[in-house]
Design a protein around this ligand. Structure first.
Ligand SMILES: O=C(O)c1ccccc1N[C@@H]1O[C@H](COP(=O)(O)O)[C@@H](O)[C@H]1O
Length: 219
């Protein structure tokens, strides 16, 4: 039985990162956006990536039982090329762009790091189409990333977005299973919903979130 792809975002602690990977997270996000309570330093970002590689080597000989886990640099309103250069310098697999970008911005970033995701809110981009800027994946998010604010689909039907989009914004252990059952995203992304206080991740909430998300079979 396939279950949704789960990304845990805003990680800074290597031990919690290892736990999330052991529990089945398929992506770990590090936020580098000054002003958010999850902003990571370069050293923290490198330590999180090292922890992921240790639990699930991304190159060479991946553990038989554990698929490789994506490490994702998350930025908000940062110039795409600058963000891509930072992602490569630190060793991330994926760059996740929040903000207003063009197809040329995405192409410029992809020339530096091939895997680029775009996160956007339907409140700001009501006519958005997955892949229209050339991004690998689209995340449909709340209107304020990292705030715990819920998504709003307005008059769009989730089926319009195809099979590869991820749901983000306001998810938590309490609502993730119902959200997956209702909207059938390919995966889910959570940041503040697995924290005991802004920027402070909770091992218990991460465990509950992953268990709840994985309890729902993909449609
Ligand atoms: O998590 C953050 O602080 C953050 C800051 C700036 C840009 C993106 C951020 N995280 C992304 O926000 C959503 C989920 O937020 P939440 O679960 O509602 O807190 C997701 O796309 C994260 O990757």
């Amino acid at each position: 039985m396939d279950s949704p792809y789960v990304k845990i975002c805003g990680m800074r602690d290597p031990q919690l990162t290892k736990l999330a990977v052991q529990l089945g997270a398929q992506a770990i996000g590090v936020v580098m956006s000054p002003g958010t309570p999850r902003h990571a330093t370069d050293a923290e970002a490198r330590a999180v990536i090292a922890a992921v590689r240790q639990e699930s080597p991304a190159t060479g000989q991946p553990c038989a039982a554990t698929p490789a886990v994506d490490t994702v640099l998350v930025v908000n309103k940062m110039a795409a090329e600058e963000a891509a250069q930072r992602a490569v310098a630190l060793g991330f697999d994926v760059l996740q762009l929040h903000g207003k970008y063009t197809a040329a911005d995405v192409a410029a970033a992809q020339a530096i790091i091939p895997r680029v995701w775009r996160a956007a809110s339907l409140a700001h981009f009501p006519h958005i189409v997955p892949g229209e800027l050339g991004e690998e994946r689209l995340l449909l998010d709340g209107s304020a990333p990292g705030s715990g604010e819920r998504w709003d689909f307005g008059d769009r039907a989730p089926q319009e977005f195809g099979d590869h989009w991820l749901l983000a914004g306001g998810l938590s252990p309490a609502n993730v299973a119902a959200a997956i059952a209702d909207l059938s995203p390919a995966g889910v992304d959570v940041s503040s919903g697995v924290e005991m206080a802004p920027g402070m991740k909770s091992a218990e909430l991460i465990e509950q979130f992953i268990a709840q998300a994985r309890s729902v079979p993909l449609a």
